[in-house]
Design a protein around this ligand. Structure first.
Ligand code: ARG
Ligand code: ZN
Length: 896
């Protein structure tokens, strides 16, 4: 365990590495208990200075320089570095060392999962394998020799191409791999073990034949077909949409049962959390299928945006992550829309946009307002593992999306072509990316540039845009004023921080008349009219005047969520209902419904807090009924439009969060809507049955989403017959989506005996499938009736283990994150449980512990009774001796 005092690393202190590591040869004698690693580095000096290599948890055996032993005071070794002085301009360094994969519970570096060797090197895991300049701007050619017992480890995989294989004495064998591309060490990977695989061959657009393979543990071979097909679709899509071709002869994906994150884009050898590879209709839900396709796309797309062009330093992480999330979101949208008619395709794209915005608001907005707030390109960190955040990823993607909006998709494509033309094979910065985009932008917008836009990279926080409308009846004009502000957050609040500057905000709007008819927009300065307009707010405040506007219109604002901002406009309830019905922009229609629901639930929360009765407005009920019954909408869209905003999203609107009142009010609203629209919900469950033969396509998935949402409303409302319907669906389900949905409503809203019986049945059926057992734990962790004691009971279940991140996430994280009632119990027991688990995890896996630590980030915003207990729990963690750098950074920032 680390006990080092945290050091703050700053972006402005970047210095290039003084050596070029031209070639790296690695040899592994793989043994779970103790693995021997020999590395041979061929280096050239670029600037004066010693050679400083990083290493962690390694046992150094020997160092030679140009074949001569370099012992006896000729190098310095400490817990983190190996320093060699007095090297010539060119040198060959050979280092032998040992590491202990089986004892490695951090899952960074080389580790063993289910008897199989895996690596995870991003961000700083390579230093746990061998001494090396562990930074992304040192790029080298790698050759790798793997040796291991042939019986136990028949498959030996690494990056690039297999160039030789042979048997060795004593039942061992060897494989040699060569990666033709220079890469930073964070993209190194090896896998060794007994694996089964599925493969296919395809021709890239230039006619090269490539081999695609998906590896997984024996017995799971029937669950990799969808992953392989997703990979094929990703390869095609990147050719078609961005002209980017697979550059290797062989591309492999391997599923690991123990994995800290979603997946990793190692060159030619992606390693995945098994949850994002394995699926069949019986064991995986629609959400699982779509997450698999998205993550496979994401990692594949990194081959260009991340691997061919990588990051100069880790502050630039969003250069590859924001861009690659944007690419995977576009991939999913295109896959959802394909083979549909124009209207259905547009609706499918809106559904995808809604899902992405929901994630952003639930995960990133709170982060951007809390103690860990940081710009998408942070200025400092203590532990880079803590900056794989919703801000760097999801907000980073929004910042890329805004560039596409400002440049148009065609302009954006030219900008991306220019980026690769300039930087292929290099390690670069976010500024380099914007420079390439700007070079195209200025051609189409003479006299303008992206200098104001770049502030999205340097300033944190979610801007608020206040909108006001000024209608002049005499002139028949309407003036729209946009005014932005963004409070300092995180380190921006510290004295001496620079004052924040306005952002460049693309703000899409439309106007409707009082009957809901779209008004043609005509700016005072222009001759043409249009249906929708992209306003560009680049200053603190700006105005636009529209002509021929007879009466005060209803504005349709931030269409398609054209920027990651919060809009403030004083709509009346009637105006929101009008937008819900008539806004031609489907995203804005959804948004109006969410706002109406937000008002309703917040009013119900206040009523509860004051002990007053609450009942739903007839207007709200009718608006909901209309979305459910009006002809012409597809089921997937209806399901999104009828889903109440989550507690996390709602909490951001409260001055003092009272999580239990909020959760109860939301539940009460759900139940009241369930009863008020019971006949319509029942009709929806009947009208949206899907054929027995399962398909994860968006139309079928949309039907299941609506049907299962309707069932949840009926159950939450305790509507007559709902419980029997849920039980029947649970028993008769032909796919996991329907089975889980029914089980979830039973567990959350059903009679206790029926819920227990179904949970027992579920475990018995699925106990041998770890990914389904995770679902079983999650259901219970998030159930309304679950308490700390329930969770502690589940932790001693034989199937539970804190060492397996998926298992820890399915129970411990789910309880702390998604069970407001159990977690926020007034006696503080939830927070004490949290502190215990953070500490227990920290001893095993600091990266995972730090993620759990983040669940109390927003403690100051809670009602005083709760926030005080949260503070104590944070304090208890911070005072613990031997805390990792990861958790230290999180809890100290939270307490600052
Ligand atoms: N680059 C990987 C991805 O795109 C994430 C790896 C993060 N690894 C880590 N140990 N934090 O999605
Ligand atoms: Zn990524």
């Amino acid at each position: 365990m680390r006990t080092d005092t945290p050091v703050t690393i700053r972006r402005q202190n970047y210095l290039p590495f003084p050596y070029d590591i031209v070639a790296v040869e690695l040899e592994f004698d793989l043994d779970p208990a103790s693995t021997l690693v020999r590395s041979r580095l061929q280096l050239k000096r670029l600037a004066p200075g010693p050679l400083v290599l990083n290493g962690e948890d390694l046992e150094l055996l020997s160092v030679t320089v140009d074949g001569q032993s370099w012992e006896g005071g000729r190098y310095q070794l400490d817990a983190q570095t190996l320093t060699l002085d007095g090297l010539g301009d060119e040198a060959i360094i050979e280092i032998a060392s040992r590491c202990r994969p089986e004892a490695n519970s951090t899952l960074m570096g080389l580790y063993v999962s289910n008897g199989v060797f895996f690596t995870q090197c991003e961000a700083e895991g390579f230093r746990r394998i061998t001494w090396f300049p562990d930074r992304p701007d040192v790029m080298s050619r790698y050759t790798v020799a793997l040796r291991a017992d042939k019986q136990r480890f028949p498959q030996l995989l690494s990056n690039g191409n297999l160039i030789a294989q042979r048997d060795l004495p004593d039942g061992r064998h060897e494989a040699r791999w060569e990666d033709p591309f220079r890469k930073p060490c964070y993209l190194f990977a090896l896998v060794a073990g007994r694996l089964t695989w599925r493969e296919s061959r395809m021709r890239t657009r230039s006619g090269r034949e490539v081999l695609l393979q998906v590896y997984s543990d024996p017995g799971s071979e029937d669950k990799t077909q969808f992953a392989l097909e997703s990979l094929e679709r990703a390869v095609r899509w990147d050719e078609q949409r961005f002209g980017l071709e697979l550059d290797l002869d062989r591309f492999m994906i391997v599923a690991a049962r123990d994995f800290n994150m979603g997946a990793m884009e190692n060159k030619g050898l992606n390693i995945f959390n098994a949850a994002y590879v394995l699926a069949d209709p019986e064991s995986a839900t629609d959400a699982n299928f779509s997450a698999i396709e998205a993550v496979i796309g994401h990692e594949y797309f990194h081959n260009w945006t991340g691997n061919r062009v990588t990051c100069r330093d880790w502050f630039q992480l969003s250069l590859k992550e924001g861009l690659t999330v944007f690419r995977d979101q576009e991939f999913t949208a295109d896959m959802m829309a394909q083979e549909l008619d124009a209207q259905a395709a547009a609706s499918a794209r809106t559904v995808k946009r809604i899902d992405d915005v929901v994630t952003l608001r639930a995960a990133q907005f709170p982060e951007d307002a809390g103690p860990m707030a940081h710009p998408i390109r942070p200025d400092s960190y203590q532990e880079i593992g803590n900056f794989y955040t919703a801000t760097v990823y999801e907000k980073g993607s929004e910042v890329i999306r805004m560039q596409q909006t400002l440049l148009t998709p065609a302009g954006f494509r030219r900008g991306l072509d220019e980026y690769f033309r300039r930087h292929d094979g290099q390690a670069v910065t976010c500024d380099d990316f914007v420079d390439a985009m700007e070079s195209v932008y200025v051609q189409d917008h003479p006299g303008r540039g992206l200098s104001v836009f770049r502030r999205w990279y340097s300033q944190a926080g979610t801007p608020r845009v206040k909108v006001s409308l000024d209608h002049d009846a005499a002139r028949q004009t309407c003036t729209v004023t946009l005014e932005q502000r963004c409070e300092p957050v995180g380190v921006e609040r510290l004295p001496g921080a620079p004052t924040k500057q306005p952002f460049h905000i693309p703000f899409a709007i439309g106007l409707l008349d009082a009957a809901g008819k779209p008004l043609p927009l005509r700016l005072a300065s222009e001759a043409e009219t249009r249906d929708s307009l992209l306003l560009e707010l680049t200053t603190q405040r700006a105005q636009w005047t529209f002509e021929h506007v007879a009466a005060k219109p209803v504005p349709s604002l931030l269409r398609d969520f054209s920027a990651p901002v919060i809009v403030d406009y004083d709509y009346t309830d009637a105006e929101l209902a009008l937008l819900m019905k008539h806004d031609p922009n489907a995203f804005a229609r959804w948004e109006a419904g969410q706002q109406l629901a937000t008002r309703t639930i917040l009013a119900a929360t206040r009523a509860r807090q004051q002990g007053e009765p609450f009942s739903l407005h007839g207007e709200f009920v009718e608006a909901w009924r209309a979305v459910l019954t009006v002809p012409g909408l597809d089921a997937g869209y209806r399901a999104r439009a009828l889903t109440l905003p989550s507690e996390k999203t709602l909490a951001e609107y409260m001055d003092q969060v009272d999580p239990i009142a909020l959760a109860d009010a939301r539940h009460e609203t759900l139940g009241a809507l369930g009863r008020a629209l019971a006949a319509d919900w029942r009709a929806a469950t009947e009208a949206n049955q899907t054929p027995d033969a399962y398909s994860p396509d968006p139309i079928s998935a949309g039907r299941r989403a609506l049907k299962n949402l309707a069932l949840a409303y009926l159950m939450a409302g305790s509507v007559e017959g709902a419980q029997q319907q849920a039980q029947a669906q649970y028993q008769g389900a032909r796919n996991m989506t329907d089975r889980m949905a029914a089980l979830s409503t039973l567990v959350n809203y059903g009679e206790a005996a029926a819920a227990t019986a179904a949970l027992t049945d579920f475990y018995e059926r699925w106990q041998d499938d770890p990914l389904v057992v995770d679902k079983w734990f999650t259901l219970q962790a998030t159930a309304r009736s679950t308490t700390v004691e329930t969770v502690e009971g589940l932790m001693v279940h034989p199937a539970f283990s804190l060492r397996n991140p998926n298992r820890a996430r399915s129970l411990v994280f789910q309880f702390c994150l998604n069970n407001p009632i159990g977690f926020h119990r007034a006696d503080g027991s939830g927070y004490r449980y949290w502190a215990e688990q953070v500490l227990a995890l920290d001893a095993l896996n600091p990266e995972i512990a730090a993620r759990l630590a983040r669940t109390l980030d927003r403690w100051v915003r809670y009602v005083p009774e709760l926030s005080e207990s949260m503070r104590q729990a944070l304090q208890q963690v911070r005072n613990h001796p031997g805390l990792s750098r990861n958790v230290t950074e999180i809890v100290s920032k939270a307490l600052e």
